[in-house]
Design a protein around this ligand. Structure first.
Ligand code: SF4
Length: 600
């Protein structure tokens, strides 16, 4: 069942008011991959009356006011992707397409959507407060005000969530401003922010607001306070880090290290004469909680109100895919998953995944293909480090870099079993593993690594398998926190061998990054050489590095310093030279025609 998006739908449900209104930068796609849909349906299952306004028109308040005001709170998210990443390329050019917008044209998600939507709600609230029900200038708002619970001097609070808010929760470098920005809570002037995967926290917050209890102690919550909070670690102030890059490096280390649900402490950061308070991280979801999320009755379709405006391309990939787990301990320095989802992997039970796969076969649009069965890293399903589970992730070392930690007992058997069971379900023709695979983990698992790869090669790829070495030069790989080329070449050898054994002509596709901190044009020439000599390919999947908020690589980009050694680091900042780093690898040499045309 879809959540209501219009006044007529609210009335059809027999509701006289909404408890929660969610505002999202994505279209309303009712899918377990879309945060607003997950949060909305979880709240609805807990008994709250929830409506969704997706991609509101920001030119006026009619659209944001079309459902009236909620009784408990507004929830605001920029959507599945940070709005600046969604709207601009790595070279800061405007993107034309958006996979989460009806029709695919990038014309509905404003820059800094979290801030824009919050301002819009405040404007609407002020406007609705001035005009009694039935007397607003807009007929749409006038109608919706009939649903307004009417607490004129106490407007419902605004809660921020989603990846944009989560990664911008403390002072952070913003590539598009080329400057440090304050916590988004200050810029948006919202009341609360829930960071990370906030399903359980949002239920707790809703219960507090419903019961009139103070929510300020909830784990996973950020808020603004007049005073510093006793017992919390103090980060250098926004003003200090904005003028002192070394202080920003120290701030980021403290921020990153206090992201663990078992070890993380509360943090405070002064902004002007007020404080950003970040409570310790919420506990990771239990398996029962995860299973309950994915047992919700998602339609796996765009809501008809938005479908009428055009299809969304995102459904081509997420429509019939199944998430098996969350979190990643890969900690590649350019990736934000460790900060947003956490370093602890937690996974769904096989029963829950099989039930979802069986439900897919009954969906009218299902053609027999599960497009992905995976998570942030496909082969992290079903095992975790016991030390991490009992004491939290180590602060002084990483699980996979520079070498795989011996305490991480890698075991591909649970995933082998899962893949086997899913592909046996009647109605399932093929199950793809499209999520990235850590090949160093496969090589490390002497008991089951080869069997896992054999299963994947024989049943779960179609012609091409994507791998993400990201680079081939050891100094750049070290800056990225990625494994060396030795494991890549060994993996390629086994992949080719197994493909041959199962009688399939299959290839590896390599994802690479250009202009990452520490990478020069010379390094990219070496990548090209390595690709043609050792991998026997001409790479096409090369992306210019984007400094997204709250990653170590972004910290390196801004400070031009290796934050672990303190040494100066080369960083390419000129857009043309960044592009050249990419084209060094992707440009094919000019064809020489028999007449000699094209010869330099
Ligand atoms: S003991 Fe090893 S695998 Fe476990 S959290 Fe620490 S670094 Fe990671």
């Amino acid at each position: 069942m879809f959540l209501p998006t219009t006044l007529e739908e609210v009335k059809r449900m027999g509701w006289d008011a909404l408890d929660v209104i969610l505002v999202s930068g994505d279209s309303y796609i009712d899918s377990p991959y879309i945060g607003a849909a997950v949060i909305g349906k979880l709240l609805a299952r807990a008994g709250y009356r929830v409506g969704i306004i997706a991609q509101p028109d920001v030119s006026g308040t009619d659209d944001i006011g079309r459902l009236g005001r909620p009784r408990l709170f507004w929830g605001v998210t920029a959507g599945s992707v940070d709005s600046m990443v969604a709207n601009y390329t790595a070279l800061k050019k405007k993107r034309r397409s958006d996979d989460y917008t009806p029709g695919g044209v990038n014309n509905r998600r404003p820059d800094r959507a979290t801030i824009v939507y919050t301002n819009l709600i405040r404007r609407y609230t002020r406007q609705a407060k001035r005009c009694p029900p039935g007397h607003t200038e807009s007929p749409q708002i006038s109608q919706a005000s009939a649903l307004d619970p009417g607490v004129p001097n106490n407007p419902p609070p605004i809660l921020l969530g989603g990846i944009e808010a989560s990664l911008r929760r403390v002072a952070h470098y913003d590539y598009w401003d080329d400057a440090l920005r304050r916590s988004v809570l200050f810029d948006a002037k919202a009341d609360y922010l829930l960071y990370g995967m906030a399903e359980q926290a949002v239920l707790e917050l809703a219960a507090c607001l419903r019961d009139g209890r103070d929510p300020h102690d909830l784990r996973g919550l950020c808020y603004i306070a007049k005073e510093k909070r006793t017992g919390y670690l103090e980060l250098p102030s926004y003003e200090t880090v904005a003028r002192d890059k070394q202080a920003f490096i120290e701030m980021f280390h403290t921020f990153y290290q206090n992201n663990d649900p078992l070890r993380g402490q509360g943090l405070c950061q002064k902004h002007g004469d007020r404080w950003l308070v970040q409570n310790p991280p919420a506990a990771t979801e239990t398996q029962a909680e995860l299973d309950a999320v994915y047992a919700l009755d998602f339609e796996r379709a765009q809501h008809p109100y938005y479908e009428a405006q055009g299809p969304v391309r995102a459904l081509d990939t997420i429509g019939f895919s199944i998430p098996t787990h969350r979190g990643c301990y890969g900690e590649c320095n350019f990736c934000a998953i460790a900060v947003h989802e956490g370093r602890t992997v937690r996974w769904r039970s096989p029963e829950s995944i099989l039930a979802e796969a069986e439900a897919l076969t009954r969906h009218p649009g299902f053609k027999g293909y599960i497009h992905d069965l995976g998570g942030p890293t496909a082969n992290m399903y079903g095992f975790e480090c016991e030390v991490k589970l009992s004491r939290g992730a180590c602060s002084h070392k990483r699980c996979l870099y520079p070498a795989i930690c011996p305490l991480l007992k890698i075991d591909h058997q649970p995933q082998i079993d899962l893949l086997r069971q899913v592909r046996r379900i009647p109605g399932v023709k093929k199950v793809f593993v499209a999520s990235g695979i850590r090949y160093d983990m496969i090589l490390c698992d002497r008991a089951h690594g080869d069997d896992y790869l054999r299963q994947v090669v024989a049943h779960h790829v179609s012609g091409q398998m994507k791998v993400a070495p990201e680079h081939t030069e050891e100094p750049v790989l070290a800056v990225m926190g990625k494994p060396g080329t030795g494991s890549l070449l060994e993996f390629k050898r086994r992949f080719d061998q197994l493909s041959q054994q199962v009688g399939r002509q299959q290839f590896l596709t390599y994802y690479l990054i250009a202009a990452h901190p520490g990478c020069s044009e010379y390094d990219m020439q070496r990548v090209k050489q390595f690709a043609s000599q050792k991998l026997k390919i001409h790479p096409e999947q090369v992306q210019v590095f984007t400094p997204t908020p709250s990653t170590y690589a972004t910290l390196m980009y801004y400070t031009e310093t290796d934050p672990f050694s303190g040494e100066a680091l080369f960083v390419e900042k000129d857009p043309r030279r960044k592009e050249r780093q990419k084209t060094i690898v992707t440009d094919r040499p000019p064809r020489i025609s028999p007449s000699g045309k094209g010869r330099p």
